[in-house]
Design a protein around this ligand. Structure first.
Ligand SMILES: Nc1ncnc2c1ncn2[C@@H]1O[C@H](COP(=O)(O)OP(=O)(O)OP(=O)(O)O)[C@@H](O)[C@H]1O
Ligand SMILES: [Mg+2]
Length: 362
């Protein structure tokens, strides 16, 4: 490997350091720094960020095993490889060394060729490891850029289109134009639904989905979702019904529960035959609130129940949709420490249900 790599030689004995430096600089052309105590090694490692530390197990202040643990626990230097130099009598301490975060031990007195091979191997490993980390950071950055692109360049304009269609619809007298506007409205809502789902999957997969729980009233949320999904239901002449005590409140993340309910209710509408009803039932039980979405569609077989929550999973022959809705809904409910369950037999409708913590009634 090239001479850019830095090796820190940590040994109390100046004579040992002299020889090690000599091998590494002259035979392998690496840059070398030296330290003689544990605390000096730690300070120098933090300052110079070496690729490899050739660490003596018997430094006077901090023993090699302990020092290795400290290095591996420090985010700034934890990727440095560590070769621990141990006296012949400690050669059985491999397991202890491994547990401390040491990559390999090398027995003293050090045999030159063995040292050179080991160093070269671990410098290579460090090089590829760094490359991998850099690639991972690049991919992460691309994901974040893509997320903000979707949010700003797709979601924001779509929301504004939908808002303006509502205004136009209010003032429109001509029935043909009204129908056209309604078609545009439905298509835009479907697009917004898809964009939101994509955005959520990327957030879930990147592990950036924090929970912000608050107390809120369930009926108010359902009314809002029903009015949003009304155009979809109307198109299939589906009657949306809900039964819920007036002041039922939950302690949950409002935005996520909104998305879960949109996903479950839009599925119920989508998979129900024309003219059927879809019902939302909310029941209080001790300190939990049970939310059920009930439909009279084709139902779900035992086999399908197990896999429909997986990403991109749909029943055989399903047309349209992406198979992301249930995956997202399940992940969001799991964040609340709960789970979505299905009660259904094939051909007899389906009930998707979950429970949430009761909230304070406002
Ligand atoms: N209420 C339901 N009744 C019958 N089958 C259902 C119901 N809800 C979901 N499914 C089945 O589960 C599959 C997965 O649902 P999911 O919501 O994840 O995806 P989708 O609705 O097909 O697409 P997307 O939600 O991404 O638009 C559906 O394709 C359908 O086969
Ligand atoms: Mg769906």
């Amino acid at each position: 490997m090239d001479g850019q790599h830095l090796i820190l030689v940590a040994d109390f004995n100046p004579w040992n350091r002299y020889h090690l430096r000599n091998y590494l600089e002259n035979e392998l052309h690496y840059r070398v720094e030296e330290s003689s105590t544990g605390s000096e090694t730690l300070a120098l490692a933090l300052q110079k960020k070496p690729d490899l530390i050739l660490l003596d197990s018997g430094l006077p202040d901090i023993k090699g095993y302990e020092l290795a643990k400290q290095i591996k626990a420090n985010n700034q230097i934890r990727t440095a490889r560590i070769l621990l130099m141990v006296p012949f009598g400690e050669k059985d301490k491999r397991l202890e060394a491994l547990e401390s975060g040491v990559d390999e031990i090398i027995i003293k007195p050090i045999e030159k060729l063995e040292l050179l091979f080991r160093v070269e191997t671990f410098i290579r490993i460090k090089y590829f490891y760094d490359q991998l980390l850099m690639e991972r950071e690049k991919v992460q950055k691309m994901k974040e850029d893509f997320l903000s692109m979707i949010t700003h360049d797709l979601k924001t304009p779509l929301t504004s289109i939908i808002g303006n269609i509502q205004l136009l619809l209010l003032n429109q007298q001509n029935q043909r134009d009204k129908d056209s506007l309604k078609t545009i409205d439905l298509a835009s809502r479907n697009l917004l639904f898809l964009v939101n789902n994509l955005l959520n999957v990327m957030r879930i997969d990147s592990g950036i989905m924090p929970l912000t729980a608050e107390d809120f009233l369930v009926p108010r949320l359902i009314e809002e979702i029903f009015s949003m999904l009304q155009p979809l239901a109307q198109k299939k002449k589906i009657n949306l019904k809900f039964s819920c005590g007036k002041g039922v409140a939950v302690h949950a993340d409002l935005e996520k529960i909104r998305q879960v309910l949109i996903n479950l209710i839009s599925n119920a509408i989508k998979f129900s035959p024309e003219g059927e009803s879809v019902q939302l039932s909310i029941k209080e039980e001790e300190n939990r609130v049970i939310v059920q979405v009930i439909d009279h569609g084709p139902g779900i077989s035992e086999e399908d129940k197990k896999r429909l929550f997986q990403k991109f999973s749909q029943k055989k022959g399903e047309k349209g949709g992406t198979g992301l809705g249930l995956y997202i809904a399940q992940k969001m409910i799991e964040l609340h420490g709960s789970e979505i369950k299905i009660d259904s037999e094939q051909g007899r409708g389906a009930t998707f249900w979950f429970s949430l913590s009761k909230g304070e009634k406002k």
